[in-house]
Design a binder for this molecule. Structure first.
Ligand code: GRF
Length: 199
């Protein structure tokens, strides 16, 4: 079997991006495999979606921990024990601290619903509309210690139509996120596989 990059997808909600990645990874020629899905909320709909793909899915509920670092220590330990090489955040609504990020150097990616560096943080669709922008989109980027501040890997652009609302724009962007993330994870995993060959 072809060697692939072992990935864990972190989610907080519906997991439609995770589902798109899991679907792509059904093809053994795809350079990443999804070994594990972890949600920080027990009611995250994506957990069942992952199980339907036969992927191990679990919740590490951040509310069970006294503080952020204890939650992250538990997360780190599960990822480490599973032999995960790349952490793929997909609608994971917890900010990762420098403690966690420094343990996974060049090994965490995220999808963010804006054309970074524009609109880091929350309510990106509303902010794009309020600014009168004519286009919006999504970015896949490396996770660094600065929130939504790591280098961009790939972006998808979405035109803003005159009648767009926050909801209609969010829906259009989400549809573009899925193929974008599949493409960005492919290129990221390919680079990891190539760098393995050089070591
Ligand atoms: C996506 O728009 C993602 O960019 C944002 O949260 C949404 C998650 O959607 N951070 P899903 O859980 O992948 O369906």
């Amino acid at each position: 079997m072809t060697e692939r990059v072992k990935c864990a997808v972190l989610i907080s909600g519906g997991g439609s991006n995770m589902q798109a990645l899991a679907q792509a990874a059904l093809d053994e020629a795809y350079p990443a495999q999804i070994d594990l899905v972890i949600a920080n909320r027990p009611n995250a709909g994506g957990l069942d979606k992952a199980r339907r793909f036969g992927i191990q899915a679990m919740c590490i509920d951040h509310k069970d921990f006294e503080n952020r670092e204890k939650f992250e220590r538990a997360l780190h330990s599960v990822l480490h024990q599973a032999g995960i090489e790349l952490v793929v955040c997909a609608g994971f609504m917890r900010v990762l601290t420098p403690w966690f990020v420094s343990r996974w150097p060049g090994r965490i990616i995220n999808i963010h619903p804006s054309l970074l560096p524009k609109y880091k943080g929350l309510h990106t669709h509303r902010r794009a509309l309020e600014a009168g922008d004519t286009e919006h989109g999504a970015s896949v980027h490396w996770v660094s210690e600065e929130l939504d501040g790591g280098a961009v890997i790939a972006q998808a652009h979405v035109p803003i139509a005159p009648g767009d609302t926050e909801e209609s724009l969010a829906a259009k962007v989400l549809l573009k996120e899925h193929p974008l993330y599949v493409r960005a994870l492919r290129s990221t995993a390919q680079k990891i596989l190539e760098s393995r060959g050089k070591n």
